[in-house]
Design a protein around this ligand. Structure first.
Ligand code: PHB
Ligand code: FE
Length: 335
């Protein structure tokens, strides 16, 4: 993980005398928090001051994912108003740019920053605004409160690092320890998930080449929600399973087609046009269902009970430009 961000940076104010939080400036944007809310303000395209307010827990949960995922694929919308768009060496920060009403009224804004610059501001803000006891990656029932005046920090929770496997997880020479091997507790909502391991019968001489592990047992011990991790990478085919509970803290506007396989329980998705926010579809996914999200939609999932979802991404760095040029389709299949 990166070294702790330097809080004395020019983009951060001194802590507020009453609330204890710092204010942050990035381009035309200002960020301030109080006991309940994040306040984002900017100057509109036609020069007027405008502001937006978000529940602080929802804001920090979205910010956590934007930071941890390196701004993800395409757009990360914190809500209907603010968000980021990843250009893979720079990032747009926007307010209202993908909100049809705000855009028509001319009160939107979009500014581009080098990735390192916006990352540093976001990481510092996440650290300063996250109090002891609040874990922005955890399900609401599994974390303390985000509210109140400045009260310590939770650096351990906000700097969780991905563990990288050097070869198939579990094979000799791989250093990553799986959650089940590490003895991480089984989540209360996955108490019924079998923990047995698959039987392996490699031919003599291939014991170090063949392996399998129980993915469901692995996922049943996940400490975080809405955080896809890579379990297999075959060229640009990335299988990213994840455990989901409550609401995906962002609305994701992908820049490519993305597949979902609902491996247990259920998730309801709201899908909207990514340029305007106009509602397009409700997708009700039950265990065993698969769906593909076209590249022109944005989506947000609602998981009433902790569930297991496999997100399948095409990680080709050229794909976004091939779609822009019309060389690759925005939809998975044309009927
Ligand atoms: C998505 O935006 O496609 C997404 C993000 C995080 C998840 C699941 C899906 O955990
Ligand atoms: Fe997505």
């Amino acid at each position: 993980m990166n070294a702790p961000a330097d809080i004395s940076k020019a983009f951060a104010s001194q802590p507020d005398a009453v609330m204890g939080y710092r204010e942050f400036v990035l381009g035309s944007f200002k960020f301030r928090r109080d006991e309940y809310f994040a306040h984002i303000s900017w100057t509109t395209r036609d020069g007027r001051p405008l502001s937006h307010t978000m529940d602080i827990g929802a804001f920090l949960s979205a910010l956590m994912r934007d930071v941890a995922w390196g701004f993800f694929y395409g757009g990360v919308n914190f809500d209907e108003v603010i968000g980021t768009v990843n250009h893979y060496s720079s990032v747009d920060l926007q307010a209202g740019a993908f909100n049809g009403t705000m855009k028509a009224a001319g009160v939107d804004i979009k500014e581009n920053f080098p990735t390192d610059q916006i990352r540093e501001v976001f990481e510092t803000m996440l650290d300063d605004w996250t109090n002891a006891g609040f874990d922005p990656f955890a399900a609401p029932q599994e974390t303390g409160s985000a509210y109140g005046r400045k009260n310590g920090d939770n650096k351990a929770a906000i700097t969780r690092a991905r563990e990288l496997a050097t070869r198939c997880v579990g094979l000799k020479g791989d250093l990553a320890l799986r959650t089940d091997e590490r003895g991480a507790p089984i989540n209360r909502q996955f108490a019924d998930v079998p923990q047995d391991s698959p039987e392996l019968h490699p031919e003599p001489g291939f014991e170090n080449e063949v392996h399998a592990f129980n993915l469901f047992a692995f996922l049943s011990r996940s400490q975080v929600t809405w955080n896809p991790s890579f379990t297999s990478v075959v060229k640009y085919s990335y299988m990213c399973p994840t455990t989901e509970e409550h609401i995906l803290p962002i609305m994701h506007s992908n820049d490519r087609v993305e597949w979902f396989f609902q491996m247990s329980d259920s998730i309801d998705w709201d899908c909207a046009h990514k340029d305007t926010g106009k509602p397009m579809a409700r997708v009700i996914m039950k265990a065993g269902d698969m769906a593909a999200m076209p590249a022109y939609c944005r989506h947000q999932g609602f998981s009433p009970k902790r569930s297991m979802l496999l997100v399948w991404e095409n990680g080709s760095p050229k794909l976004v430009y091939e779609i822009q040029n019309g060389e690759a389709p925005e939809v998975p299949v044309s009927f």
